[in-house]
Design a protein around this ligand. Structure first.
Ligand code: ATP
Ligand code: MG
Length: 211
């Protein structure tokens, strides 16, 4: 199993002189995608590689749009993401190198996307993007996959993954029973869908180290 140094080296290997690299990190809810992306980004930056972290989570539909579509209860499911917006941002990140590209983030306290929260300056040589559905084979998701140089899949056993998710929901304000119910009823079907695509990844990472 590759350690964090191997992963950082592999990410650095995607960098090319005249083409911005795009690395995807995929995995079920709570598997550790964001934590791994942050670690890889921190290490690349420390090694002098200009890098940005642009999560797919910024393309969550806002509650206002979910309400209009009657999808508020499904928040987090594949249809509650703006896949075309995400695809177009990935293409812009690849091609628009003469100005900053602004990307949305997901604000966890508000549980809403936040436009233009992340600045990707022209010098950025590699963008690390991460989210649940990068490997999905429906709708425009295969086009997203086609924009990415590599996609890594973060795999964590279901027991630990689910208990981390419950803890995070509690940390951000849900009571424990509501957190448990959300993980069982909302996150779990999404997790099964994501995990079904694991073997299409370029690399499967079991229990990535933090640091
Ligand atoms: N190696 C680890 N050891 C212990 N806890 C971890 C580790 N990696 C991540 N966590 C914790 O597990 C939770 C989920 O991790 P993270 O947010 O990185 O997952 P994610 O795949 O991005 O989740 P989501 O799909 O919901 O965005 C977080 O609260 C994080 O602090
Ligand atoms: Mg995350």
């Amino acid at each position: 199993m590759p350690g964090i140094d191997d992963l950082v080296q592999r990410a650095a290997g995607l960098v090319q002189p005249d083409r911005r690299a795009l690395l995807g990190i995929c995995g079920a809810p709570g598997a550790g995608k964001t934590s791994l992306a942050r670690t890889v980004v921190k290490r690349l930056r420390a090694a002098g590689v200009p890098v940005a972290h642009v999560p797919m989570d910024g393309f969550h539909l806002a509650d206002a749009a979910l309400r209009e579509r009657g999808q508020l209860a499904a928040k987090g499911a594949i249809q509650t993401f703006d896949v075309h917006g995400y695809l177009s941002l990935l293409r812009r990140l690849r091609t628009e190198r003469d100005h900053d590209v602004l990307a949305p983030d997901f604000e966890r306290t508000l549980e809403q996307p936040l436009a233009a929260a992340i600045i990707v300056p022209p010098a950025t040589q590699i963008v690390v993007t991460e989210g649940n559905y990068l490997l999905d084979d429906t709708d425009a998701w295969p086009l997203v996959r086609a924009e990415l140089d590599e996609v890594w899949f973060v795999d964590l056993d279901d027991g630990r993954r689910r208990s981390r998710l419950v803890e995070r929901h509690v940390k951000f304000g849900k009571d424990r029973a509501a957190a448990q119910a959300w993980v069982d009823e909302v996150d779990e079907p999404n997790a099964r869908r994501v995990i079904a695509r694991r073997d299409t990844a370029d690399l499967v990472i079991t229990e990535p180290a933090r640091g």
